[in-house]
Design a protein around this ligand. Structure first.
Ligand code: MN
Length: 748
C-alpha cells in the first residue's frame, strides 16, 4: 500500500488548515478539547484512507475534508457533524468498524456514521431494492436530520468533482441527484446547495444548453450591470439617508432555473425578463422589530418604484415550511421593466442560503415556531416511513413529491397557524389538530361557512372543525385525506373496529340463531349472505356487529329464501344492481301504496286513517277524530296542532284514546317522515338508502334531498312498523358519515 507522498502531505495539511480555520470562524470549537476531538477524526480518516486515491488522482482523504468544509462553511453545522463528515466513508471503505468509532469518539458519532454508511449502500444496489433500502435507511436516520444534510454535502462534493468520472457514472450520479438530493436539499431549505446541484446536473446532462445560457449571461453582463446601477442608485440614496446598514446586490438566476423557465414557457433566453433579482440584506437594529424594519425598507423602495399589486410575498409573517423568510416585491423599474426586490435581514439571509442548519446558529433568537417547522417535517417523514401499507416505490415517490409540495397555512378559530401540505382537506386538518377530533369530525366551518370534511383547504382559511360524538371513521375517509398521519390513524381505527365488529357480529348471530335452534353453518351463512347482499362472511359479521344488519327478521328469513324487499330496493335505488329471485318481487308491491292502517281489533270496525298532518305511527300517543263526512276515524298524534284545533271546535267527534289501540299486526306499515341534515358528499344518498333498506321492517316511499353550499338537507318518507323500529333506524342514520342531525318530522 502506497503511503502519502510529500506532495500529498502538503495538500492534505493545507486542506486541514482550511477546515480548522473555517471551524474557528464559524465558532465550532467552544472549548480547546473540541478542536482535539475534530483533529482526532481527521487523523483517523487520514490513517484509514491512506494509499487510496480518488479518480482525480488526489488522496482520498481530501474528499471527507471537503465534505466537512461544506458542512461548516456552506451549511453551518457543528462539531459532531464535522466529525461525522470526516469519518463518513471510513466504515464503508476501510477496516475500521462502528465499534471502533464508538469507542474512539462516541456512540452518537458512531450512529451518525452508521446512517451515512447505510445511505451509501443504497446507491450501490439495483433500483427496486434501492427503494426499499432507502426507506429503511431514512427510517433509521430520520431522528437526526444532520445525517441527511451531511449526505447532501457528500453528494455536492461528488458532483463538483464529477468531471473525473466516466460518462455512464455521470449519468447514474446526476440522476440520483435530480431524483433525490435536489428535492431533499429544497425541503431542508438548503437553497444555495440545491441551485448548485441543479446547475451541476445540467452541466453534465445538457452541456450545450448549459454553455449557451452561460455565454448569453456573460454577453449581456455589461448591459445588465448598467441597468442594475441605474435601478439601485435612488434606492441606495434613500436607504443611506435613513441610516440603514445594508448590502444591496443583484443576483442572476441560476442557469438551471433560467433553462427551466425557457422550457416551461417555451421562450428564448432574451424573453426571460426576471433574469435577476435585487436583494437587500440589512443589519437589524434592536428597535423596532425585524419585521417592521423590513417593511420600512419595502416602503423606501416602493416610494421610488411602483409595486406590482399581485406580486407581494410576505414570507416574514408566515415563513415557508422550509424556514425561508423574506419580503418579496416586484416593482416597475426604469424603462418599464419589472424587477423583483427581496428584503431580508442578515439572519434571514443566512437561513435562506444555508437552510435549517443555520437556525441552530440563531437558536438564542429563533422563535419556537421555526424549530417546529423542521420537527414537524421530520415527524411527517417518520409517519410516512412508518406507514406499512405503501410499497417502497410508492413511498419513495410520495416522499419525493412531498418534498416539493407547496404548503398551505390554515388557521384555527383562535388564530393558531398550521402548515399543511397542499391539497389537505378539512379531515386532514381535523387529524392534524387531534386524533380524537379527526375521528369525530363531521364537517367544518371554513371561513364561517359550514363545509363537508372533504373540502380542500386553501391558504388563509380559518377552520373550525365540527364534531359529533357519534361520528366514526369510515373506509371512504381514506380517499379524503392526504396526510400520512390522518391516513394511518383512520386505517388503524378501521382495522380495530372491523375486527371488533366481526367478533361481535359472529357471536351475536350465533346467539340469535340459537334462539331458533339453528346452528351457524355454511348453508345458513350462504343464505344470510345472499339475503343481506354480503360478499363474504366477514362482511356479514362486521355488518351485524356494526348494527348495519339487524337480525329482527331472522326467523322469517330462515324460512324464506331471500329477502325480497332488499332486492327490490336495491334495484329501485341503484340501477343496474343485479338481483336474484325477481319473480317474487311483485308480491310486496301492495304494502308500498297502502297507507291505511286498519286496526282489526277495534270495537266498531271503523275505518282508520292516519292523519296526513302528523303521520302517527304505532307507539305514538294518538287521538282519534271521527270525520263527519266520511265517518272514518282519522288518527292524529295527541300533540298535533290540527287535532287540537279540531278538538276545540268539534270536541264531540273526538274518540277517546283508550278506544283506539295500536294493532300488533306486523304486516301493516305506517308512514313517517324523517328530516335529515348534514354535510353533503357524493355517495350520501347511497349510504342512506343502504341503511334504510338494510332494515326489513322499513320501506322507503319518497326521498327528497337538496344540497347547497355543501350542506345536505333531505326528507325521507318511510313505512315503518312502529316507533321502536323507527328510532332504531334514526340511530343508524345518525351513524352515517356526514349526517349531522336526524329527526322525525313532526307535522303538527
Ligand atoms: Mn463520500
Amino acid at each position: 500500500m502506497v503511503e502519502y507522498s510529500p506532495a500529498d502531505e502538503i495538500l492534505i495539511e493545507e486542506k486541514w488548515q482550511e477546515l480548522e480555520e473555517a471551524c474557528r470562524k464559524a465558532k465550532v470549537f467552544r472549548r480547546e478539547d473540541d478542536w482535539q476531538f475534530v483533529r482526532r477524526a481527521f487523523f483517523l480518516a487520514k490513517e484509514a484512507h491512506k494509499g487510496v486515491r480518488r479518480r482525480s488522482g488526489e488522496p482520498y482523504v481530501i474528499h471527507p475534508i471537503e465534505v466537512a468544509l461544506i458542512a461548516v462553511r456552506e451549511i453551518g453545522l457543528g462539531k459532531k457533524s464535522v466529525v461525522a463528515a470526516l469519518l463518513h466513508d471510513v466504515v464503508e471503505d476501510t477496516e475500521y468498524t462502528l465499534e471502533d468509532i464508538s469507542r474512539i469518539f462516541s456512540p452518537k458519532i458512531a450512529s451518525m456514521v452508521d446512517g451515512l454508511t447505510k445511505m451509501s449502500g443504497v446507491f450501490n444496489t439495483d433500483s427496486s431494492e434501492q427503494a426499499e433500502y432507502f426507506r429503511k435507511v431514512l427510517l433509521t436516520l430520520s431522528d437526526d436530520v444532520r445525517v441527511i444534510i451531511i449526505k447532501i454535502a457528500d453528494r455536492l462534493h461528488n458532483m463538483r468533482t464529477l468531471g473525473a468520472m466516466p460518462h455512464n457514472k455521470q449519468i447514474k450520479i446526476t440522476s440520483e441527484t435530480i431524483y433525490l438530493f435536489v428535492p431533499l436539499a429544497h425541503r431542508l431549505g438548503l437553497h444555495a446547495i440545491k441551485s448548485e446541484l441543479e446547475d451541476l446536473c445540467m452541466r453534465y446532462r445538457f452541456p450545450e444548453e448549459y454553455e449557451e445560457i452561460t455565454r448569453k449571461i456573460d454577453d449581456t453582463e455589461t448591459e445588465r450591470q448598467a441597468y442594475i446601477e441605474k435601478f439601485m442608485a435612488p434606492i441606495r440614496a434613500v436607504l443611506d439617508k435613513n441610516k440603514f446598514q445594508y448590502e444591496m446586490t443583484a443576483r442572476v438566476k441560476s442557469i438551471y432555473s433560467i433553462w427551466n423557465k425557457m422550457r416551461r414557457k417555451n421562450i428564448p433566453f432574451e424573453e426571460v425578463y426576471d433574469l435577476f433579482a435585487i436583494r437587500i440584506i440589512f443589519k437589524t437594529t434592536p428597535f423596532p422589530s425585524e419585521k417592521t424594519q423590513c417593511w420600512q425598507i419595502y416602503s423606501c423602495v416602493t416610494d421610488i418604484y411602483k409595486p406590482h399589486p399581485d406580486r407581494l410575498r410576505d414570507w416574514i409573517s408566515m415563513p415557508k415550511s422550509n424556514g425561508y423568510e423574506a419580503l418579496h416585491s416586484t416593482v416597475m423599474g426604469p424603462d418599464g421593466i419589472w424587477v423583483e426586490v427581496q428584503v431580508r435581514t442578515q439572519r434571514m439571509d443566512d437561513i435562506a442560503e444555508r437552510g435549517f442548519a443555520a437556525h441552530w446558529k440563531y437558536k438564542h433568537q429563533t422563535i419556537a415556531q421555526e424549530e417546529d417547522g423542521l420537527d414537524k417535517w421530520l415527524r411527517q417523514v417518520r409517519d410516512a416511513l412508518n406507514s406499512p401499507t405503501e410499497s417502497a416505490h410508492e413511498f419513495l415517490d410520495n416522499f419525493k413529491l412531498s418534498l416539493y409540495k407547496r404548503d398551505i397555512v390554515v388557521f384555527t378559530p383562535k388564530g393558531d397557524a398550521h402548515t399543511m401540505p397542499y391539497g389537505a382537506t378539512v379531515l386532514d386538518f381535523a387529524y392534524e389538530i387531534h386524533t380524537n377530533i379527526g375521528n369525530h369530525a363531521i364537517g367544518a366551518k371554513v371561513n364561517h361557512r359550514t363545509q363537508p370534511i372533504t373540502t380542500r383547504l386553501n391558504t388563509g382559511d380559518q377552520v373550525e372543525i365540527i364534531t359529533a360524538e357519534s361520528a366514526r371513521p369510515k373506509a371512504e375517509w381514506l380517499d379524503v385525506v392526504i396526510t400520512s398521519k390522518a391516513r394511518q390513524t383512520i386505517q388503524d381505527w378501521l382495522k380495530g373496529e372491523r375486527q371488533d365488529n366481526i367478533e361481535y357480529g359472529m357471536r351475536h348471530l350465533e346467539e340469535s340463531l340459537a334462539e331458533y335452534n339453528v346452528t351457524l353453518n355454511g348453508r345458513v351463512l350462504r343464505k344470510l349472505m345472499a339475503a343481506y347482499e354480503c360478499r363474504n362472511k366477514d362482511e356479514l359479521y362486521s355488518k351485524i356487529g356494526a348494527g348495519i344488519i339487524k337480525l329482527d327478521n331472522l326467523e322469517q328469513l330462515l324460512k324464506e329464501n331471500a329477502s325480497r324487499k332488499i332486492l327490490k330496493f336495491w334495484k329501485l335505488l341503484i340501477p343496474g344492481t343485479t338481483t336474484t329471485g325477481d319473480e317474487d318481487l311483485d308480491d310486496d308491491a301492495t304494502t308500498l301504496d297502502d297507507t291505511l292502517a286498519v286496526d282489526e281489533n277495534a270495537p266498531h270496525e271503523p275505518v282508520f286513517e292516519m292523519a296526513e298532518c302528523c303521520e302517527p305511527i304505532p307507539g305514538d300517543r294518538v287521538v282519534g277524530y271521527r270525520d263527519p263526512q266520511s265517518g272514518h276515524i282519522i288518527v292524529h298524534k295527541s300533540t298535533c296542532d290540527k287535532l287540537i284545533r279540531l278538538a276545540a271546535q268539534y270536541g264531540e267527534n273526538i274518540i277517546r284514546e283508550q278506544d283506539i289501540r295500536w294493532s300488533q299486526q306486523k304486516a301493516v306499515s305506517y308512514l313517517a317522515s324523517v328530516e335529515i341534515y348534514g354535510i353533503d358528499r357524493p355517495s350520501i344518498v347511497l349510504d342512506l338508502t343502504k341503511v334504510i333498506t338494510a332494515d326489513f321492517s322499513i320501506n322507503m316511499r319518497a326521498i327528497s334531498i337538496q344540497s347547497h353550499d355543501g350542506i345536505f338537507e333531505g326528507t325521507i318518507s318511510l313505512y315503518v312498523q312502529d316507533i321502536d323500529s323507527l328510532n332504531m333506524l334514526l340511530d343508524n342514520i345518525r351513524k352515517i358519515k356526514g349526517i349531522e342531525r336526524v329527526k322525525r318530522l313532526l307535522n303538527t
